[in-house]
Design a binder for this molecule. Structure first.
Ligand SMILES: Nc1ncnc2c1ncn2[C@@H]1O[C@H](COP(=O)(O)OP(=O)(O)OP(=O)(O)O)[C@@H](O)[C@H]1O
Length: 331
């Protein structure tokens, strides 16, 4: 797709300061979105609005994702996604870090291409593929492919600090989660049954345990759930998407968090991968070309590394932005 930047930023991705209020009615918001697209992409500037159509792809926990289809002057039909950041999400998502990561991950072939950035969102290429469901992730062929791609993802180098962000994120969320107040008395009462002192002690103990592991630190996806995996069945292409929680972190944490996601939105932990399923994943993660040559001791070591970190995935899920989903195993 040949899109000329109107206002170039240092890395030549078109950029415009305009924002779109997500509280607007859908028709008004659609017009604003079309306006943003025209301002970002010069070749669409003079097209009549009737050539654009806007539809909702998903109203996720953190963003509103729209599909914008455009009938171009030469008759070509193209589609992009427009992501509008949800209000206050900047408290939990570091947008600068996200944009930086997208640039390098996209260059390494991961996710949708970044096409433009505006005041409160971004435009990316539309991926023609289906979103996986938790049961798909269990299928041996797909699990092997996810493991192989995750290995590649973990090898992408993103400039900046390589310090694991897990502690920074956990303590940041801890501060926020432990100082909430609910207006509804029953919610406040339930909230007060949580012993944040105990959670703090648990996290501190786990941190000490992890330090002893000397686990590799890699650029982690940190949110590898089925909704962030898309499969183009026709071309057999698997896509990782949604890098908003991506950061340097422990390799075992990323794998453990992915295993937790087998339980799905309903938190059905009977779906958690068995030891054999985990070893299958590890084989393809450690040696994609010769998975059956991975020594047993390496499988066991990664099993331990992953399991120490699984607890963090649960703690972070409990306090973090996805807490609504992950917290249910606790209540
Ligand atoms: N570039 C894309 N092309 C086509 N579909 C997409 C694209 N990006 C996301 N989707 C679809 O939209 C869904 C939601 O995307 P995404 O997870 O990025 O949104 P989100 O707002 O961050 O969601 P949440 O906050 O719940 O994690 C995906 O599961 C996928 O079905």
């Amino acid at each position: 797709m040949d899109i000329a930047p109107s206002v170039a930023i240092h890395d030549s991705i078109p950029h415009h300061p305009l924002s779109v209020d997500t509280a607007l009615s859908f028709p008004v918001m659609s017009h604003r979105v079309i306006d943003v697209c025209k301002k970002l992409f010069r070749k669409w500037e003079k097209l009549d609005d009737s050539r654009f159509s806007v539809e909702t792809v998903s109203g996720g926990i953190t963003n509103l994702l729209l599909k914008v289809s455009v009938k171009e002057g030469n008759g070509d039909n193209v589609a992009v996604t427009v992501r509008l950041y949800g209000p206050n999400t900047e408290y939990v998502i570091d947008r600068k870090r996200e944009l930086q990561a997208i640039k390098y991950l996209s260059a390494a072939g991961f996710g949708a291409k970044l096409l433009g950035v505006f005041g409160n969102g971004m435009v990316q290429s539309f991926i023609n593929a289906r979103t996986l469901n938790p049961a798909d992730m269990k299928k041996p062929k797909l699990a092997a492919e996810i493991a192989k791609q995750l290995r590649r993802f973990h090898h992408v180098e993103i400039p900046g600090s390589k310090e694991p962000q897990l502690w920074v994120d956990i303590f940041k969320f801890f501060e926020k989660a432990s100082s909430l107040r609910f207006e509804a008395p029953d919610m406040q009462r339930r909230y007060e049954t949580i012993s944040f002192k105990e959670v703090h002690e648990e996290v501190t103990q786990l941190k000490e345990l992890t330090d002893r592991l000397n686990a590799p630190v890699v650029f982690s996806h940190n949110d590898l759930l089925s909704g962030n995996l898309m499969l183009d069945d026709e071309h057999d292409n698997l896509y990782f998407i949604d890098f908003e929680y991506g950061s340097y972190s422990y390799r075992g944490y990323d794998i453990g968090n992915h295993f937790n996601e087998y339980a799905g939105y309903e938190c059905d932990y009977s779906l958690y991968p068995s030891k054999d399923e985990q070893f299958h994943f590890f084989r393809h993660y450690l040696k994609p070309e010769k998975p059956y040559e991975v020594p047993e001791k390496d499988l066991k070591a990664l099993y331990i590394e992953t399991h120490v970190h699984v607890s963090f995935a649960l703690v972070l899920g409990f306090m973090g932005p996805n807490s609504g989903k992950d917290v249910c195993h606790r209540f």
